[in-house]
Design a protein around this ligand. Structure first.
Ligand code: GCU
Length: 421
């Protein structure tokens, strides 16, 4: 049946206002809830020592996030081989070495490869590195003509000249504003990035991506407690780390996992899974990242699972519109990263990601950092915009929208200078 245009419009407006009414953007509508204590076990035992945290509480929290939220990685797949596809020791006007390294994985007659684009400052040896995924291909983060264009699947996108699910040269350099490469290199850090679609294409289809290499016979979909895409992306960061450990020019003990938005969720989960990461930066990661779920402010579990059914494990859907039944909240994900430096960043206009929920999460994770004698967030109220708190647990809310800006990178570099040198 075809509805008259005015009726369709009316229905559309009605559904819009309905879904808007569902989204909480007002503090007075945030439900009251109990914040689960990182230092009290599920059975009610209070944790007072690092030993009890590491041997009792941390493992039970990690298992919960693994089986109920992001999904387990079924096997520790090793790099089958790696290949330097391209290198140049006069990149970025002579300041940096550039390398493009392809890692290949094989299992059950299937193969998956992804390519790390690496810039290392020439004047530094044994370099600390920021490692993070990009959304639209390595070639978008710089104007550098030598950066190879990935052939992996990408969602069609006019703004990024992606047609037929294929990345194109027309988008070279389109995301330079998010990657302050010069500042990073001038400060003496390396930058490593990977197109996230090479590890697991961002679509609700589990026939491709890294999960498909590890299926058991006749398996077509991860089990209810097995990895969704965020776990897959986190896995890819750890595999990049496996490579860094072999690379004499990189100081693998000083690699920071960085990510924006969905890729910030992946960076946090990577940091929780893999203690080799020296620190983690979550840039506007929001729901399922740094933001507390139980506040239900902005994006909620029900909404994220509906729009992105492949990001989390199937078990996570149990909590759609039932955040109160979760035994954990996201501050405990952050606590899993302790005592390593952790930076949570929000943007004022990014209400979808719940800046206050991100701040509170950093605050509530701080008791675990304090157990280690580290300085967490030591103020109860959110700081005003553009006034970073640069402790082991760091936080800022900057003016502006959901994005990564030079301002963000300036703070990350300053903070890394203190905690990574
Ligand atoms: C959507 C999604 C967020 C996510 C963001 C992004 O807005 O709802 O959860 O963080 O995409 O990755 O850009």
């Amino acid at each position: 049946m075809k509805l008259p245009v005015h009726l369709t419009l009316l229905l559309f407006l009605f559904s819009m206002s309905f879904s808007k009414a569902q989204t909480i953007y007002n503090e007075s509508e945030v439900p009251s809830f109990e914040v689960p204590d990182p230092l009290v076990t599920f059975k009610g035992k209070t944790i007072g020592t690092i030993g009890d945290w590491e041997n009792v509480r941390r493992p039970e929290l990690h298992t919960y996030f693994e089986t109920k939220v992001y999904g387990k990685i079924p096997k520790n797949l090793k790099i089958d081989s790696y290949k330097i596809l391209e290198q140049e020791d006069n990149a970025l006007n002579g300041k940096a070495n550039r390398r493009q390294v392809e890692l290949t994985f094989k299992h059950n007659d299937k193969v998956l490869s992804f390519t790390i684009l690496l810039y290392l400052p020439k004047k530094v040896e044994n370099t600390a590195v920021f490692l993070g995924y990009n959304f639209y291909g390595n070639h978008t983060i710089t104007e550098d003509e030598s950066v190879l264009i990935s052939t992996a699947w990408a969602d069609n996108n006019e703004g990024f000249d992606i047609v037929n699910n294929t990345l194109t040269a027309a988008s070279r350099g389109k995301r330079t504003h998010r990657w302050a490469i010069e500042k990073i290199i001038d400060a003496g850090y390396g930058l490593a990035t990977i197109y996230y679609g090479e590890v697991d294409p961002d679509k609700d289809d589990f026939s491709d991506g890294i999960q498909s290499l590890l299926y058991s016979k006749n398996q077509k979909h991860p089990k209810a407690d097995e990895w969704g895409s965020i776990s897959a992306w986190a896995w890819g960061l750890s595999k990049a780390m496996d490579y860094f450990e072999k690379d004499p020019e990189i100081d693998a003990a000083r690699v920071i996992a960085f990510g924006h938005s969905r890729l910030g969720k992946a960076a946090l989960w990577a940091g929780a899974n893999d203690k080799r990461f020296a620190g983690v930066i979550s840039n506007n990661s929001g729901c399922g990242g740094a933001a507390l779920s139980k506040r239900k402010f902005g994006e909620t579990i029900g909404v994220i699972n509906e729009r992105f059914p492949h990001w989390f494990c199937t078990n996570f859907k149990e909590f759609n519109n039932k955040e109160e039944t979760l035994a954990v909240d996201q501050h405990q994900l952050l606590a899993l990263i302790a005592p390593r430096p952790l930076y949570i960043a929000s943007a004022e206009e990014d209400r979808w990601a719940d800046p206050k929920g991100e701040f509170l999460s950093a605050l509530y994770a701080s008791s675990v950092y304090e157990l280690y004698g580290k300085k967490g967030i030591n103020i109860m109220d959110m700081p005003v915009v553009n006034s970073p708190i640069l402790n082991t647990v760091a936080y800022h809310i900057r003016t502006g929208k959901h994005d990564v800006t030079d301002y963000d990178w300036e703070q990350y570099i300053k903070w890394a200078d203190t905690f990574l040198r």
